[in-house]
Write a protein that binds this ligand. Structure first.
Ligand SMILES: Cc1cc2nc3c(=O)[nH]c(=O)nc-3n(C[C@H](O)[C@H](O)[C@H](O)COP(=O)(O)O)c2cc1C
Length: 326
């Protein structure tokens, strides 16, 4: 008989996996435990039809939760075998996870577990990455593991990137469908969802992260420690794939999660960015700047966080809303 984690362990894994980043903190995942394996589904009811009409960012978010889950399981001594589906049928799971006991977690595994709870999307300006070669090695290994392309954009491309970012903001400033969707997720005081006001700046203190998405004003200030601090010297990396399909999006999400957790474990701050990949024109700029044949899926700012604790944790849905069967 197969030995599997008990139901309370599955609940704990899913609870911690929910700390994964997701587009607008929509947490668009659904887990189904059948007593043996755990299936991951996209929750299409939480889709963003304006910014994400084909569900790419929903699936990337699910991929990030999948990597969080296997990272957590390993720290709890369970090995995971992940089967990412190549099915294109709506309703089919994105992936299935089978567990076998006997993992022997080491201190890097516990550092990643700790990173799961400590990581935040930090929208302040960053200082430069101090140990570039370690970061490059880690990122190279992640790209190999998930079969994606991860490119660090050279500093001399940042001006062009900032221009593309401004362009994407300008064309959507008066796009009321975009603004309404953004304000639904980042303009309410929801319980358990969305980007809270404490994670968004008051209007007079918008940061110098010229590559960041423009969110509706919130309550974060310099004095509340989540505010900006000087020019942004972040390293920007791009995750790209050979094709645009659900399988590649899941792999991009797993790679995204691996990058942000590994960087957090190294003491660095991170913030995923996708506004640049939502518009055809700005996505083409990112494709060109990254200098590979890959299609850009998501960008990540990485750097040294300024002094102060930054924004607190964003809310999450309870396990009972995202898990059935355990
Ligand atoms: C697919 C995806 C797209 C995202 N796009 C952006 C973005 O364009 N700008 C941004 O500041 N954060 C972006 N984020 C970060 C989310 O807003 C963040 O993960 C969510 O609000 C939860 O907060 P946390 O990461 O601090 O836990 C994105 C995250 C994911 C997974």
């Amino acid at each position: 008989m197969n030995v599997v984690p008990d139901r309370s362990s599955i609940r704990a894994f899913v609870d911690l996996a929910s700390r994964a980043p997701s587009v607008h903190n929509t947490q668009p995942w659904r887990w189904v435990f059948d007593g043996g394996t755990l299936a991951l589904h996209a929750d299409v009811g939480r889709a963003l039809p304006v910014v994400d009409p084909n569900g790419r960012q929903v699936v990337i978010s699910c991929g990030a939760a999948l990597h969080h889950l296997t990272t957590v399981a390993r720290a709890f001594r369970w090995n995971s075998t992940v089967a990412v589906s190549r099915s294109t049928r709506a309703g089919d799971p994105l992936a299935r996870v089978a567990f076998t006991p006997g993992a022997r977690p080491q201190s890097p595994d516990f550092a990643l577990l700790e990173a799961v709870t400590r990581r935040r999307s930090d929208r302040r300006s960053f200082g430069a990455v101090p140990h570039n070669s370690t970061v490059t090695d880690v990122i190279g290994e992640i790209a190999r593991s998930f079969g994606v392309v991860v490119t660090a954009l050279p500093a001399d491309t940042h001006e062009a990137l900032a221009a593309a970012s401004h362009h994407s903001a300008a064309v959507r400033r008066y796009d009321w469908t975009y603004q309404a969707e953004l304000r639904w997720w980042a303009g309410h005081s929801f319980v358990g969802n969305g980007i809270p006001a404490e994670s968004r700046w008051i209007e007079s203190e918008m940061p110098d992260t010229t590559t960041g998405r423009v969110f509706p004003p919130g309550r974060a200030t310099v004095s509340s420690d989540a505010g900006p601090s000087g020019p942004d010297r972040a390293l920007v990396v791009v995750i790209g794939t050979a094709a645009d399909n659900r399988y590649e999006w899941v792999q991009s999400g797993r790679a995204l999660s691996a990058v942000v957790l590994e960087m957090t474990a190294l003491g660095l701050a991170t913030c995923p960015l996708t506004h640049l990949t939502e518009e055809t024109a700005s996505r083409a700029v990112v494709d060109r700047l990254s200098g590979s044949d890959a299609l850009s899926q998501i960008l990540i700012r990485i750097g040294t966080a300024p002094a102060g604790s930054g924004a607190g944790p964003t809310p999450r849905r309870p396990v009972s809303e995202v898990l059935t069967g355990a």
